[in-house]
Design a protein around this ligand. Structure first.
Ligand SMILES: O=C1NC(=O)NC(C(=O)O)N1
Length: 312
């Protein structure tokens, strides 16, 4: 059975990997994800130029009844140089994604210039959608700002680049972001980032469950699946076919992976459920995915990719 994926010149023997932010802040975590026989790749925690402690804790909370998670991490990371050193020295035959999330356009341009001039030979993900830095907007909700930064980036950047997008909730917004992205030689888009600025309450104490921003945080896990499916499907229908799609959000079962591929995903990322189960989740999900294909006598993901049916 062929459970592989392709982005640019990179072939992925498995389509599952971590979502940026989960199991990817330290070299030990990155090594563990890469070492899983059932991961196809790894993505680094979104890097800022300097080390960042992030927001005060509690800043991550698992919602009850396996609904998902809420987080306001605030881009804690070991700093750009730490991740560049890791990717330049790590021996692996799996493609690696380097995620960057500068707090300013200049920070992003500086990190991307350093990556361009480095020997890094993987893929780069420009995170335009972190909802958790107080006072900072999710750039990709501003279509002109997104066009402006991509214009400056592609004036010099020649390596495979993709963007991490927030979820959109309006058909016109799908049209507008696709009209921007189609003007650039992007290797991929990764959709969705968490659903920004949700709120969860502890019923025993009548208190929010995370400290930053009065309890507002990004939502992940099963409760965001329908939004993730819609964003993958809408962008697949609108983007040039040269722009591949990484589907992220709401994956807790092999059927969830199958559904994202059905909507057009080339690779699939796991965030909240990876926090819950750790790296064995990749084996479980791939096994369940294979079973879903078996049920319908499919031999490869290529047979179902983008093949979601509508009602005539
Ligand atoms: O892009 C991000 N999305 C999230 O949901 N959380 C992290 C963060 O807060 O660092 N960043």
């Amino acid at each position: 059975m062929d459970l592989t994926g392709q982005i640019a010149n990179f072939h992925f023997n498995h389509i599952l990997l971590n979502a940026a932010g989960v199991k990817c802040q330290t070299t030990a975590e990155l090594d563990q994800v890469l070492a899983s026989p059932y991961s196809g790749s790894v993505v680094t925690k979104s890097a800022t130029p300097m080390v960042r402690p992030g927001n005060p804790s509690p800043r991550y909370y698992q919602l009850p009844e396996e609904l998902g998670s809420i987080n306001s991490m605030g881009l804690p990371n070991e700093g750009f140089a730490y991740y560049l050193d890791y990717v330049l020295n790590k021996q692996t035959d799996k493609p690696v994604f380097f995620s960057v999330a500068g707090l300013t356009k200049d920070d992003n341009l500086a990190m991307l210039m350093e990556l361009e001039q480095s020997d890094f030979n993987g893929l780069v993900e420009l995170n335009l959608s972190c909802p958790n830095v107080p006072g900072k907007p999710q750039t990709a909700y501003d279509f002109e700002a997104t066009r402006a930064i991509l214009t400056e980036v592609f004036a010099f950047f020649t390596k495979p680049l993709g963007v991490k997008l927030p979820p959109y909730f309006d058909m016109v917004h799908f049209d507008m972001i696709a009209a921007v992205l189609n003007d650039f030689p992007l290797a991929f888009v990764n959709t969705i980032n968490s659903i920004g600025n949700g709120l969860a309450i502890d019923p025993h104490t009548d208190t929010v469950v995370i400290k930053p921003k009065g309890g507002f945080g990004g939502l992940g896990g099963s409760l965001v699946k329908a939004t993730a499916l819609a964003n993958v499907r809408a962008l697949r229908e609108r983007l040039n076919e040269s722009i591949k799609i990484i589907g992220t959000g709401g994956v807790t079962s092999g059927r969830d992976v199958y559904d994202l591929v059905l909507c057009g995903a080339d690779l699939v990322e796991v965030g909240t459920q990876l926090m819950v189960e750790d790296t064995p989740v990749f084996e479980r999900l791939e096994g369940e995915l294979a079973n879903e294909l078996d049920k319908k006598n499919y031999q490869s993901l290529a047979e179902i990719r983008g093949k979601l049916q509508t009602i005539a």
